[in-house]
Design a protein around this ligand. Structure first.
Ligand code: ADP
Length: 577
């Protein structure tokens, strides 16, 4: 910019100088020419007086006039030319043979009475200004060397050239310094703008303390930068808020452009769809489940309205809902992927539960109704009636158990924390349970013994802890073999009370273990029912253990026996709620 302006200024200076010089040179030249022409006219007029002399000896006359003029300091060449163009006399050269009729000044003189020409002499090879006029039968021609005029012109050219160079130098220097001063704020504006374009929004222009256009521009620029910085900060804040919102979501979010390339996704989506290789800018056909999601998104684009579908996940039982909709403006499409596997599982469990409860209630009810029908139909002997009354009694008790267990389970499920919990001695509770089950053990020919650390305490509601041990020990007796044994041990391990109920019973096959603590799950349904089981015992045990901050696990071998291990946080005997 600076260089361009300096160059432009130089060109203007050169052109102005050249125009001024040409005008000046033309003026000087034409003035000189006029002056020379006047002098030559005067010489011709004087020479015309010597016509008589000319006729006698034109060569001599020419030399005499030329000589006389030279004496007066006038270096004028005089030629006397006949009307046929022959040079009869010349003050500077004799015997000139060329015909002069074609000379422009001679031609012009013959036509118009006077003629002039400025040219290089073919005879003397010098520049002359010629003037000619017819005098009688002759043409007198006077010529002046233009050396003086040429010298003046050449010195004029030299001086003008020098002046022009100095002018150019001064103009360039002045322009460069002026342009430099003018461009400095602009340069600063450019630097700051570049700085801002590289992301440094805090960059500002040093505002010159002036009220001119540059000062105003700098102030406006800074104001504009400040508002841009504020807008960008706000935008960044909103974006990070949006990002943390999206990252904190329990659902996966995916945005694609209309060519199917990934614009955005949150980490949850990667985990949900098990696609660690997902990248922004990549296409989504890399995984099967992703291509299902993009299929729903394509559908939303084609229909021009939101689309909702359920798709299967990578692992068995995994189910997702994909809700896809075009983003406002139509340049991209957004999908929200929700994991509904748990919901589906719960739905399934609920319907299974309803089915199980119905079934569990129906079995004793059918038996009760059948017994009543049989009692009503005809006379029955005492023994038969007693048998049916026993059946009725047994089924009513079974129903009672079932309802009791369901109520306990429902209460436990609705409980988040038990405020009535207190330190309970584990040994005493185990002893109570064992005593309560003594009769059942004798009936099943199973021996029960226990060895629990007498200082072992856990925080629990007393009835619940007893229910936990009763259920486990009862199962260990029920699913045992005649002559088998049950052993209960309890000790502390790293601030945890570990209680084991070990039996030498029928054992549990490994495929049943994962579902063992589910409600109504039984390994052998008919045997469980036969011995009065409800299928809710272990589920109650697990809920009690979890409610008091513990857990339960099982190890078993078919035909050898099972070990149920309960872990509960240790409590201090004096520890109050
Ligand atoms: P139930 O009322 O049928 O005993 P539980 O929930 O207590 O219900 O137990 C679920 C199932 O687990 C039982 O039906 C039984 O098949 C199995 N089971 C529980 N404890 C034992 C054990 N100690 N030995 C073998 N099988 C057991």
């Amino acid at each position: 910019m600076k260089k361009k302006m300096a160059l432009l200024n130089s060109v203007i200076v050169v052109l102005s100088f050249a125009a001024a010089f040409l005008l000046c040179a033309f003026q000087v030249n034409s003035q000189y020419k006029q002056e020379f022409m006047n002098r030559l006219d005067a010489v011709l007029s004087l020479s015309a007086l010597a016509t008589g002399q000319m006729e006698q000896n034109p060569q001599q006359t020419a030399q005499q006039i030329g000589g006389a003029l030279q004496k007066d300091g006038q270096q004028v060449r005089i030629s006397i030319i006949s009307s046929s163009g022959r040079v009869l006399g010349d003050s500077e050269k004799k015997d000139i043979n060329e015909n002069h009729l074609s000379r422009p000044e001679v031609k012009q003189a013959l036509q118009m009475g006077r003629g002039y020409d400025l040219r290089m002499s073919e005879t003397t090879h010098e520049r002359y200004l010629y003037a000619a006029r017819p005098v009688g039968k002759y043409i007198i021609r006077a010529a002046l060397r233009t050396t003086e005029m040429d010298n003046v012109m050449s010195s004029l050219i030299k001086n003008a050239g020098g002046a022009m160079l100095i002018g150019i130098f001064i103009a360039c220097a002045a322009t460069l310094s002026m342009v430099g001063r003018m461009l400095h704020p602009l340069q600063e504006l450019t630097d700051t703008a570049e700085d801002i374009s590289h992301g440094n929004f805090a960059s500002r222009v040093a505002v010159p303390n002036t009220r001119d256009e540059v000062g105003r521009l700098a102030r406006s620029f800074n104001r504009m930068t400040r508002s841009t910085e504020n807008a960008i900060t706000e935008l960044d804040r909103n974006q990070s808020r949006l990002k943390s919102l999206l990252e904190g979501m329990d659902d996966g979010v995916l945005a694609l452009d209309l060519e199917g390339r990934v614009l955005f996704f949150n980490e949850r989506l990667r985990t949900l769809l098990s696609c660690p290789g997902l990248r922004v800018g990549a296409s989504v056909d890399s995984s099967l489940v992703l291509s299902h999601v993009s299929g729903v998104m394509r559908q939303a684009v084609t229909d021009g309205q939101p689309c909702k579908k359920q798709i299967a996940g990578v692992t068995a039982g995994q189910q997702f809902t994909v809700y896809a909709a075009l983003v406002e403006g139509g340049g991209s499409v957004l999908a929200v992927v929700s994991d509904i596997s748990r919901m589906k599982r719960l739905e399934q469990m609920r319907s299974e539960f309803v089915g199980n409860v119905t079934h569990e209630l129906k079995t004793p009810l059918t038996s009760i109704r059948a017994s009543i029908e049989l009692l009503k139909s005809g006379d029955r002997d005492e023994q038969t009636r007693t048998y049916f009354y026993d059946v009725l009694d047994m089924e009513a008790e079974r129903l009672q158990h079932l309802i009791d267990d369901m109520l306990v389970l429902s209460r436990l499920e609705n409980m988040r924390e038990d405020t009535s919990a207190q330190p309970i001695n584990v040994e005493e509770t185990v002893r109570d349970s064992v005593e309560r089950l003594n009769l059942a053990a004798v009936q099943n020919q199973v021996s029960v013994d226990f060895k629990v650390d007498s200082e072992l305490y856990v925080r629990c509601a007393p009835t619940r802890l007893e229910q936990l041990f009763t259920n486990l020990i009862e199962n260990a007796i029920k699913y045992n073999k005649p002559g088998g044994s049950v052993r209960i041990t309890g000790a502390s391990q790293q601030k945890i009370a570990v209680i084991r109920v070990q039996d030498t019973g029928i054992g549990i096959a490994p495929e049943h273990i994962p579902r063992l603590f589910e409600r109504f799950y039984r390994v052998d349904t008919s045997r469980s029912r036969e011995i009065g089981g409800t299928g809710l015992g272990l589920s109650i045990v697990k809920h009690i253990a979890v409610l008091y901050g513990g857990d339960i696990s099982v190890e078993s071998k078919v035909g050898v026996g099972s070990v149920f291990t309960v872990r509960l946080p240790l409590a201090h005997p004096e520890q109050k709620a």
